[in-house]
Design a protein. Structure first.
Length: 745
């Protein structure tokens, strides 16, 4: 076989026979897998179902036969004109919905104020049906189990040390404790429910006697109606007394709040006609004047800024030009400047007339400066006056704003007092109205409920319903628990139980699946099955292993190593069976027992004492240790004398030379080695082998352990490994039937 086809075969493990369909498609049939699963886990689910049926039978046996009687009671809706006094007492004006009202009604039916009078009427304390102390046999199975568990817990659990002393608690008398137990048993037989979205409540009571159940449920309904009528009358009287007290308190409160309001108005100097508007108008006028003052200040400042220091800027200053003195001086300045220009051009700048004109010009400029200073001073005085007026207006605005803020705060507080007074007056009116209405209501109340359909004496056949339901419930529970237990057992199974796990996790070729045989535990008899029954399923699986090895190993490679993760996975049995099958086809085969710690071949083939360890020590020759199986003609070498250091012998050059010598004499050499996880012997010999056959027990050997074993085996640098799964259930869809009866005929 060439290398490329061999590599293709190694990349694609063999598929089970019952999953191969024409055209490469996979046939899906879940029925065999389900049958196989139920068969394999039959002890688990059968035990669970039987246990549940036994418990169901016991529970049904101790379940008393009860007759149930039902009475219907309607809860009346309160008339709109009648005032509900409950909010008056509870200080709650919220609206209770219909559902909440019916739930409160049912809770009241279960209360002691309704139940206790009925119990006394029927003398429940002396009735063995309700007082279990009078008839201990009527204790339910759950109570007995609970009592037994508490007794065991008291024996196992150590008693806790006493803690610090607590405050003394008032002890409950034995009569009260007994009455509470009887009431609890009595209420456990009572059931209430609503009828759809209506206001009807159905009361059902279960009892040993048919007539008694009807009488008790009717008495409970009537007692509830009578009790609610009494409570309504008492509540009305209490509401009137409470309202009288509250009306007096509210009147005093209204008077006090009125006085406080008027006193605060006087202290805050607040008038009823609203004098706050006059202050506000004054503030508006003051703000108007303040705006005018700021405008005057700005205008005065602007005029002052336009006054020049000297005669040069007069042309740009309207204020300076408006002065007659400045106007005359400017004209005089212009005339002198003109004369100075003429005389300077005529006589020169050094003449007396020119010098005289220059002195006159300087005098005119000085007069202009003096006049400008006078004008500036006048404008500065005007600006100072405008600023002083502005500041006085600002003071007036500030004082008016403060007064207005004070009055606003005072008005806020005044409004709070007025609102409080108005609220007290409104509340007083509400309570006065309620007082009048409730006073008219007392003595005119109708019962809050009415008995619509009294209970009739029930038929005797209805009492058997509860034991049947209990038994059926336990049976259904057993089926559910059995299915869940089987599913959980499959989910948490650590071994390989699907071909998908093998292909996705191991990435190694599948050589064969060895079926589970009834005598698989007896390895010697199973290894003889190759010779005695050549058409058996076991023999066919060994043939498939042989064919797979010829495809993967090829003719030049002869040394095949058998190993596994742990012991008892069938590697010695499979190795001997392969050797016998190969020898029956005319091949020269020898098998070596390389498990020097726990050898098996000498027991299965009945051989002598000398073997491989003696040969490797040099104490025996090769011809002396080779033996022949009389039944098949297979040559084999047993372990020989056991040693504590097998790795030192198997890793020597003698072992390598031995295999080379055997390769020249035999067509196939099989090495039976210890498990990979138990010793390093298999890893040492894997370096000398042409191919490794790794055996895994189906559904048992943990997948993590198999992966760890393959990783350790990979350290021997021998990547030619094939997988063989042993003890595969023939009915398993995932581990499949390779050998159909038609091919075994």
């Amino acid at each position: 076989m060439t290398a490329e086809p061999l590599n293709q075969l190694r990349r694609f493990p063999l598929l089970p026979a019952d999953r191969r369909v024409g055209g490469g498609q996979v046939e899906e049939n879940h029925a065999p897998a389900l049958v196989e699963l139920l068969s394999r886990r039959r002890f688990l689910w059968i035990s669970i179902i039987l246990s549940s049926l036994v418990l169901g039978t016991l529970a049904a046996a101790v379940t008393p036969i009860r007759h149930s009687a039902t009475a219907s009671m309607i809860v009346r809706e309160k008339p709109p004109q009648i005032v509900d006094v409950a909010p008056v007492l509870a200080q709650d004006t919220g609206f209770l919905g219909l559902q909440s009202e019916l739930e409160n009604t049912m809770a009241l039916i279960y209360s002691a104020v309704v139940v206790d009078p009925v119990m006394r009427r029927f003398n429940a304390i002396d009735d063995p049906e309700f007082n279990t102390e009078l008839n201990p046999c009527k204790l339910c199975l759950a109570d007995r189990i609970k009592g037994g568990l508490s007794w065991v817990t008291a024996l196992v659990k150590p008693e806790k040390p006493a803690g610090p002393a607590l405050a003394p608690v008032e002890e409950t008398s034995e009569e009260e404790i007994l009455w509470a137990k009887v009431r609890s048993q009595f209420l456990s037989q009572l059931e209430t429910r609503t009828r759809g979205a209506s206001r009807v409540i159905e009361l059902t009571f279960m009892s040993d006697g048919a007539a008694k159940s009807a009488a008790i449920v009717n008495a409970l309904a009537n007692e509830y109606i009578a009790y609610t009528s009494r409570v309504q009358d008492q509540t009305g009287q209490m509401a009137i007394a409470e309202l009288e007290k509250r009306v007096g308190d509210l009147r005093q409160k209204v008077t006090t709040s009125d006085q406080a309001t008027e006193r605060y108005r006087a202290d805050a100097r607040l008038l009823r006609n609203g004098d706050k508007d006059a202050v506000f108008e004054q503030l508006v006028d003051a703000n108007t004047e303040h705006t005018k003052a700021r405008k005057q200040v700005a205008e005065a400042g602007s005029r002052l800024s336009r006054i020049p220091v000297g005669p040069d800027g007069i042309a740009n200053s309207p204020e300076a030009q408006q002065s007659e003195v400045i106007h005359a001086l400017v004209l005089s300045q212009a005339q002198i400047s003109q004369q100075l220009a003429e005389r300077g051009a005529q006589f020169g700048n050094r003449s007396l007339e020119v010098l005289s004109l220059q002195a006159g010009l300087r005098e005119v400029n000085a007069q202009i400066r003096t006049e400008l200073g006078r004008i500036r001073g006048s404008l500065e005085s005007e600006l100072a006056g405008a600023l002083q007026y502005q500041r006085s207006i600002e003071g007036i605005v500030t004082s008016l704003e403060q007064e207005l803020a004070r009055r606003n705060q005072a008005e806020v507080r005044l409004r709070e007092l007025e609102r409080e007074t108005d609220a007290n007056k409104d509340l007083l009116e509400v309570f006065l109205k309620r007082y009048q209405e409730i006073s008219q209501q007392v003595g005119m109340n109708q019962p809050s409920a009415a008995l619509v359909t009294p209970a009739l004496e029930p038929d005797w056949s209805g009492g058997l319903r509860r034991p049947i339901i209990v038994f059926a419930g336990f049976g259904l529970l057993g089926l559910i628990l059995a299915a869940a237990a089987v599913a959980l057992a499959e989910v948490f199974s650590s071994g390989f139980h699907k071909m998908d796990h093998v292909e996705s996790e191991l990435r190694q070729p599948m050589l064969s699946l060895i079926p589970q045989m009834r005598n698989f535990g007896r390895s010697r008899e199973l290894a003889r099955l190759i010779l005695r029954d050549p058409k058996s399923a076991f023999t066919e699986s060994i043939r498939e292993l042989s064919a797979s090895l010829r495809m993967f190993v090829g003719t030049p490679n002869k040394i095949i190593l058998f190993t596994s993760s742990v012991a008892h996975e069938g590697k010695t049995t499979v190795a001997i069976s392969l050797a016998r099958l190969s020898a029956s086809s005319g091949r020269r085969v020898i098998i070596l027992d390389c498990d020097l710690r726990r050898p098996r071949i000498h027991k299965m083939l009945k051989s002598g004492s000398e073997g491989l360890s003696d040969l490797l020590r040099g104490q025996s020759d090769l011809d002396e240790v080779i033996q022949v199986d009389d039944e098949s003609g297979v040559h084999f070498i047993t372990c020989g004398t056991r040693t504590n250091m097998p790795a030192e012998l198997l890793g020597t050059m003698r072992m390598k030379l031995l295999l080379q010598e055997l390769s020249r004499q035999y067509d196939l050499i099989i090495l039976d080695t210890p498990p990979v996880m138990s010793a390093a012997d298999a890893r040492l010999l894997a370096m000398l082998a042409d191919f490794v056959v790794y055996l895994v027990e189906w559904r048992k050997t943990p997948r993590k352990l198999v992966r760890l074993g393959l990783n350790r085996l990979a350290q021997s640098h021998n990547d030619r490994v094939g997988m063989v799964f042993t003890k595969v259930n023939a009915m398993s869809r995932s581990g499949v039937r390779y050998h159909l009866p038609a091919y075994s005929a």
